[in-house]
Design a protein around this ligand. Structure first.
Ligand code: UT7
Length: 343
């Protein structure tokens, strides 16, 4: 579990870095309030608000698939970057709720966008997926193998919950967020990342059936073990312990401290987790992005949605130190330290 033990040595210096030049997101129109959920299971708006900070979430209609949200988020990010899809070298989709078992949802997105030149693949790191994917994209760019990369975090976990399980159905929402990355000056962009995993925590939050280990059978469907199962307190304890450690470790690698952080954009799982982490890092809540109240936990989409809203609200300026953090199933975690490189 200790990321320092498995951590890489200090990163070598490259003549250029990779930075975010465009952002966009897309959520379904349908709003599901806490009161609406309280009509389905035994819960209340008050319980959900005080335990999670969530007021409402977006839930896609049955005809919508993950790629539909991803494609729209991507179009908005490309427009924000002033770039055409055919310029892309890679479409990388972080998701654990793709359109199909296979092939990759990235291939659906690549075709729909008309990104004919781009390679395409999915990356599965659950709620840490977007932050894992940012580092993956940055590495391709730093190595000179790619110039323009589209990174998308997209998930529809409201489709994967058991709507009779009040412990999980209150938490999740659907959504997608996208970022366009290009080369930038070496002192800007994604300065470093810390990625980590602890497979011992696999069963803390997972979908037990539906894969090759336990294929779908009538029994599986009856027991709903093809839906999300979670031991919430385990995930909570994991998050509030590992995230502050990983953020400090990432900042140390580039000789920075938590007090240097202008904006902390964490995976929006639970307001109490965000507050506890901020307190442990001694970062005031004014410098912490919060939108879990409106979207719930959108898994891999939550960081890029929050990042896009931060940009739209004028909360990130060129030169700012932005730290993005994902954590979740696997168990996995990922931190990116970013010197914002666009106005
Ligand atoms: O992206 C990563 C995925 N997951 C997470 O990040 C989740 C992290 N964990 C959490 O956010 C919290 O653990 C939860 C919000 C899931 C739960 O909050 P908690 O404060 O840990 O509650 P709890 O599980 O300890 O449950 C407390 C009580 C229990 O009743 P008893 O045993 O004390 O009588 C639950 O049965 O609350 C009950 N409960 C509910 N009551 C009303 C559980 N869910 C609900 C509900 N409404 N929806």
């Amino acid at each position: 579990m200790n990321h320092r033990e498995s951590g890489n040595p200090l990163p070598p210096r490259f003549p250029w870095n990779a930075g975010i030049v465009g952002l966009g997101f897309c959520v379904p129109e349908r709003v599901v309030t806490n009161d609406a959920i309280a009509r389905m299971v035994e819960t209340s708006d008050e319980w959900i608000r005080t335990r999670t900070g969530i007021r409402e979430r977006r839930v896609a209609d049955p005809g919508t698939a993950t790629s539909d949200l991803a494609i729209e988020a991507a179009r908005r990010a490309l427009q924000n970057a002033g770039m055409d899809a055919w310029e892309l070298d890679l479409v990388l989709v972080a998701t654990t709720s793709g359109d199909y078992i296979w092939p990759a949802t990235a291939c659906v997105v690549q075709h729909a966008l008309g990104a004919q030149r781009a390679a395409a693949f999915d990356l599965a790191a659950a709620c840490s997926g977007f932050c894992y994917a940012l580092e993956t994209a940055a590495s391709f760019i730093q190595r000179g193998a790619m110039q323009r990369v589209l990174v998308i975090g997209a998930d529809m976990l409201a489709r994967q919950v058991n709507w009779q399980d009040r412990a999980t159905c209150i938490l999740f929402g659907d959504g997608a967020g996208a970022a366009v990355l290009t080369p930038c000056a070496p002192e800007e962009g994604i300065l470093t990342s810390v990625l980590g995993a602890d497979g011992a925590g696999l069963e803390s939050v997972w979908i037990p059936a539906g894969g090759t280990r336990t294929p779908v059978t009538p029994e599986v469907l009856e027991q709903r073990s093809n839906c999300i199962a979670m031991r919430g307190q385990e995930v909570y304890r994991f998050a509030v312990q590992i995230v502050p450690e990983a953020v400090r470790a990432a900042l140390e690698r580039v000789c920075l401290r938590p007090s240097d952080v202008d904006l902390l954009v964490m995976h929006q799982a639970n307001l109490r987790i965000l507050e506890t982490v901020a307190e442990r890092l001694e970062i005031p809540m004014e410098r912490v992005m919060v939108n879990v109240d409106r979207y719930g936990n959108t898994s891999a989409a939550s960081v890029p949605i929050a990042l896009t809203e931060a940009m739209q609200q004028g909360r990130v300026r060129r030169g700012d130190l932005v730290v993005t953090v994902g954590f979740g199933a696997g168990l996995t975690w990922a931190v990116n330290v970013i010197r914002w490189n666009r106005d």
